[in-house]
Design a binder for this molecule. Sequence first.
Ligand code: PMP
Length: 399
Amino acid sequence: MSLFFPVEMAPHDPILGLNETYNADLRAEKVNLGVGVYYDEAGKVPLLRAVQAAEEARVAEHAPRSYLPIEGLAPYDLAVQKLLFGTESSIVESGRLITAQSLGGTGALKLGADFLFRLTGKKLVAISDPSWENHRALFEAAGYEVVTYPYYDAATNGLNLNGMLEGIEALPEGSVVLLHACCHNPTGVDLGLADWARVIDVIQRKNHVPFLDIAYQGFGENLQDDALAVRLFAETGMPFLVASSFSKSFSLYGERVGALTLVTSTPDERDRVLSQLKRVIRTNYSNPPTHGAKVVAAVLNNPELYAMWEDELAEMRERIRGMRQALAEKLKEAGVTQDVDYIQRQRGMFSYSGLNKDQVKRLADEFAIYAVSSGRICVAALNSANIDHVAKAIAAVMK
Ligand code: PMP
């Protein structure tokens, strides 16, 4: 019998499966709203000008490719901290921060999950209902029991703040609580300042461990406002973790550029935690890759390239905003009487459209428009060439 005979087929990945069906569809008007990627007005993944400039300079250097340190490129790690906490933040100089370059935001979450599980004995994590699908899978694979706290209010297409507070309160003391810092995936529904203050209060009282996931910094309001939650947690002085990613904000998806940042209590604690985190990394992939981190560090640490990147990020954000507004307007024009203004209130690349499974299926069958069965649509995949078709189709299935 073959070694692999007992291996069963893994369950189908809903989003990858969607891409396969989309690719096989021969209808010219097809649109894929199931993706988690920003497309420009021409329907392409952009190569940012700031990235291009940094890459050209890097190629011209003809630099050798030695190993990076286990925790990654130092100028990259420091630039990540400044972006998260603000250039003026005293925490960056406090000797309490650790940042390790990671394989995207996913790699950061996995490092943090493994670290907490193995070295602090955490066994329970709460994620939002709903959340990015990989949160549950990733923490389960790391050994955790994964539970959810209420988040989305289907009645208002907004935040269920009271449910969220009660859910977090009801968790056993010292639970890990995973929070989307901005541009919640999949709903696009975020917390405001006052909401965060209340969530932080419960988390502190219950001695929970906040684990912030920030994969879309710059896609909500701007780089600074989108880091509000990170900065509010920093003000409390409590220990927490942040998984961050440049996949979207630098359009560097395949380069796998992310970071895990841990806020510890003292410089001594920092040294102990760092030594153990390095072991987690060393026994996993030894050290991270060079290219993406070099490019991002070159941009973040050069004022001209930084300004260029900030403009390009604003362009992406504004284009998505424009598409949100256009979609809401065109739905109304097409005769939708339900409230669709929430599309404009939601932030980031996604909108929870409120469409149910059957409506999503009709969109694919009748209109060649593909969305996740939960009703999540990627607003960043809309453009002026496909938005009329999409709006009319959504209006048709909503009636
Ligand atoms: N967290 C959230 C909420 C995400 O949406 C994503 C990307 N889809 C990630 C983390 C992971 O990002 P990366 O591609 O950098 O691993």
